[in-house]
Design a protein around this ligand. Structure first.
Ligand SMILES: *Cc1c(COP(=O)(O)O)cnc(C)c1O
Length: 448
């Protein structure tokens, strides 16, 4: 047993390394890679305990939309705190959850009019998967219990969500715990052969999916996809044509479409929902991350009247008997409402068009750089790959690039040899240019 360290003599970082088991981390890597103690945030900037400033180019794991310590969101949470901090949502309701559900439903033009809440993204995915299968049970098709997911897709790391995730590093150790799924090809535009367009890649991927559905549709409840960008899968981007094709295959073969918009929703793709680029609506749409502006854990799964009605009846077991303790937390909903209000009053989607042009400009150097390939952008996500032959050590590049970026005063976290930025929507044009130049300098450091 270890004694508790004396807070007056030990640094916050050392105490953290002793007592906190950090996520998604080989803790031993912190022997050479710094752990950073953040004590303050303002706008797009984070400040460590030494007073160093870091530009948060990845929105604190894709959650933060309007900056740290945003006055309007702070105020909304603080106002709600004066009223009620939390009450269970079974048997009770409260103004923020009602208002948020109505607003979200309106954003889908009523297509997805029923909102079920949870806290983390993975839980929203679990909810959509369970609801989908339960719907088919209620429709006398209990054999529809398998799921289709995409190669290179990511939907979270609880066992149900991990089963439909195809990122080897997250799955490897737990494969034997996961249910069997069908994996269809990713429509990743980088697969295009010379002379092929992203639409061609999308059509090919959909064709292979169709052959699977043709044979197995009677056993399949749903297909789950990340619309337009497979974010954790190294920011693989693809044509909206794929979404249209999948929608029509789902209609034809009687399979639900689950659109996981946890990362690409809330304006990240350039529209509020990424599905809007294709003019389609899914049967389930999941949101988390940006929905609370990066303030509080809030996730949700939206669905149609048709699915909601199937659960509506006299028997308890016909209902969706799923819950999490903090379902629909009022403070988190108040933060989300403040964000939706900012979208309207500050014309965020319109202004982001210009911001995404600034982003492209700031990284125009990378289009010319011979070490780089597959420069790509979708709204407020910009990514490119470092050619393997340019890397000293592919296994350690992402950590070296992370460390190099800290020396340049920016926070980025490459995935493998893919560098991406996903900044909050509040960067000024100057900060955007600053970010692009700092990434270039960090890359030069990491590749020498
Ligand atoms: C982050 C993410 C999740 C999981 O969300 P958590 O809050 O980390 O559980 C699920 N799907 C996608 C697309 C994500 O990017």
């Amino acid at each position: 047993m270890k004694l508790i360290s004396d807070p007056n003599q030990t640094s916050l970082v050392d105490r953290s390394l002793d007592a906190v088991w950090h996520p998604c981390t080989q803790m031993k890597h912190h022997e050479s890679m710094p752990l950073i103690a953040i004590t303050k945030g303002k706008g797009a900037w984070l400040f460590d305990d030494q007073g160093n400033a870091l530009l948060d180019c990845i929105s604190s794991w894709w959650t933060n939309l309007f900056g740290h310590s945003n006055p309007r969101i702070n105020q909304a949470i603080s106002n709600q705190l004066e009223k009620i901090e939390h009450v269970m949502l079974a048997g009770f309701t409260h103004p923020p959850v009602v208002e948020l559900s109505e607003k979200l439903s309106a954003l889908t033009h009523g297509n997805l009019g029923h909102v079920f809440y949870a806290s983390d993204g993975a839980s929203a995915v679990e909810i959509a998967l369970k609801m989908s299968h339960h719907f088919w049970r209620l429709n006398n098709q209990p054999q529809k219990k398998k799921f289709v997911c995409l190669e290179n897709g990511y939907h979270g790391e609880t066992l149900g969500a991990l089963a439909v995730t195809d990122v080897a590093i997250f799955r490897e150790a737990y494969g034997s715990l996961l249910q069997d799924v069908y994996t269809a090809p990713s429509p990743d535009s980088r697969k295009a052969q010379p002379g092929e367009s992203p639409d061609d890649v999308a059509r090919k991927a959909a064709k292979t999916l169709e052959s699977l559905l043709e044979v197995e549709h009677q056993h399949i409840a749903a297909i789950i996809i990340e619309p337009l960008v497979q974010c954790a899968g190294r920011m693989a981007m693809y044509s909206p044509e794929y979404l249209r094709l999948v929608r029509s295959l789902c209609d034809h073969y009687n399979i639900h479409l689950i659109a996981d918009e946890i990362a690409v929703g809330c304006g990240r793709s350039g529209k509020f929902f990424a599905c809007e680029h294709a003019g389609i609506w899914p049967d389930f749409l999941t949101l988390s991350k940006g929905i609370s502006g990066g303030y509080l854990p809030l996730s949700l799964s939206m669905t149609t009247d048709k699915i909601y009605q199937a659960f509506y009846g006299d028997q308890a077991q016909q209902g969706f008997l799923h819950s999490h303790s903090y379902t629909g937390n009022p403070l988190a909903c108040a933060a989300a409402l403040a964000c939706l209000e900012i979208f309207v009053t500050e014309a965020v989607l319109t202004n982001n068009v210009e911001r995404s042009h600034d982003l492209a400009k700031a990284f125009s150097w990378a289009k010319e750089d011979v070490r780089i390939e597959h420069w790509r952008q979708q709204g407020m996500i910009l990514a490119f790959d470092i050619k393997l032959e340019a890397l000293k050590s592919p296994a350690t590049f992402s950590r070296e690039m992370f460390s190099a970026s800290l020396k340049e005063g920016i926070l980025i976290r490459p995935i493998g040899h893919t560098i991406y930025v996903m900044p909050p929507y509040i960067l000024s044009a100057e900060e955007t240019i600053q970010m692009g130049a700092a990434v270039q300098r960090a890359l030069n450091r990491a590749l020498v």
